[in-house]
Design a binder for this molecule. Structure first.
Ligand SMILES: Cc1cc2nc3c(=O)[nH]c(=O)nc-3n(C[C@H](O)[C@H](O)[C@H](O)COP(=O)(O)O)c2cc1C
Length: 356
């Protein structure tokens, strides 16, 4: 999958919400099965990004809930290092939500049990991923073309999760293509099959990550079901989050790309939804320390050889907006050890922190 850049705050927003029009519910916790989520701002699952170190940081900085990168439901791939690393939840705050992807009800049931036995508390089924690797196997958003199969997958997961008292959730797109925005129908079927929460990304499969997210389909989903609905797509600021909640009636928002390199966005949005306050961005000295902690966690999970390579994108997202950040990123990407990366980052950030 091409790696999209974080979005800037330029996407078209639904009508802004007047001060005072903020429902009290926006600042209240949200119940998901037996779990109470502290707020209504969630971190979106992103393969290759939202690993355990990222999720720990997102939670620390205000995300009320995070979902893991997707893991396959195919048993023959379960023992690969990548999949087992993704199923490692050591030290993660509850509820741990694991996203699974697959096309066979039996595989989905087995993957549900497998992940719940290994520390997951919530199972999320991915019907949103447009990646060819996933869609060609008739999984991800391709499943939205077969509503009956989509419902049977949810049913299979719900039955397998029942002994664990674990909620099953579904993440989908608005539809397969412009002519088939069938998320509202799938939402009804998923709710009837026992899904406890639905996340809707307001783009079709056909759109990939292009164009703009629309929120009318999400509003329609919300009207059709009584389980919580989470709005996702192009939410990049506190005001946009409020406008999307207002336009859709959704119960929560989920943020992906806009938080890359600025994970404090979760806390800023949560605060704005709760009481209208707009906390300032943290100074470089503060976020630098968060980033160093994140990198320590990152190297520890992946080991140095892999961790040094995968740390590059995270650091790139933080620095690309800063003066000299693009040149720094180019140089950073040539460094081959954790010690060199940490020292270079320190040398780049110290003057910025001193000047702030
Ligand atoms: C790099 C990348 C990886 C993604 N991986 C997943 C995934 O594994 N599962 C999933 O349901 N969605 C995945 N998504 C979609 C996001 O969860 C989210 O729905 C999408 O980015 C729209 O939200 P945003 O505009 O806030 O980024 C991915 C998106 C990106 C950019």
């Amino acid at each position: 999958m091409p790696f999209p850049s974080p979005r800037s705050e330029t996407s078209a927003a639904p009508a802004a919400v007047a001060d005072g029009a903020r429902p009290a519910a926006w600042g209240a916790p949200l119940q998901l099965g037996r779990f109470v989520l502290p707020n209504r701002v969630f971190a979106a699952p992103m393969a290759g990004v939202t690993d355990r170190p990222y999720r720990r940081l997102a939670r620390q900085l205000g995300a009320g809930y995070c979902v893991s990168e997707m893991v396959t439901s195919r048993p023959e791939l379960r023992d690969t290092l990548k999949t087992s690393r993704r199923a490692n939840h050591d030290g993660e705050a509850a509820p741990v939500a694991v996203q699974i992807v697959g096309t066979e009800p039996d595989d989905i049931a087995a993957a549900t049990r497998y992940n719940l036995e290994r520390g997951a508390h919530v199972i999320d089924i991915n019907m949103g991923c447009p990646a060819k690797k996933v869609c060609n196997r008739w999984a991800g958003s391709a499943l939205m073309q077969d509503e009956d199969l989509a419902a049977r997958l949810v049913e299979a997961a719900v039955a397998a999760a029942r002994p664990f008292d674990a909620p099953v959730t579904l993440k989908m797109r608005a539809g397969w293509c412009d002519a088939a925005r069938n998320a509202p129908r799938i939402a009804r079927l998923a709710e009837a099959a026992g899904a406890a929460m639905l996340v809707v990304h307001g783009r079709t499969r056909e759109q990939g990550y292009g164009g703009e997210a629309e929120y009318d389909t999400i509003a329609e989903v919300k009207r059709r079901v009584s389980v919580p609905v989470v709005a996702n797509g192009d939410i990049d600021s506190p005001h946009k989050a409020a406008a999307v909640l207002h336009a859709t009636g959704a119960d929560a928002v989920m943020i992906g790309r806009a938080a890359l390199g600025r994970p404090w966005l979760f806390g800023q949005v949560a605060r704005f939804l709760a009481d209208g306050a707009l906390p300032a961005d943290p100074p470089p000295a503060q976020w630098g320390e968060w980033l160093f902690d994140h990198l320590d966690d990152h190297y520890a999970l992946y080991g140095e050889a892999v961790g040094v390579r995968s740390a590059r994108k995270h650091v790139g997202w933080y620095v690309e907006r800063l003066p000299g950040g693009i040149a720094f990123r180019r140089q950073f990407n040539t460094l081959g050890s954790a010690a060199e990366q940490l020292a270079a980052l320190r040398d780049f950030l110290d003057p910025l922190a001193a000047a702030a």
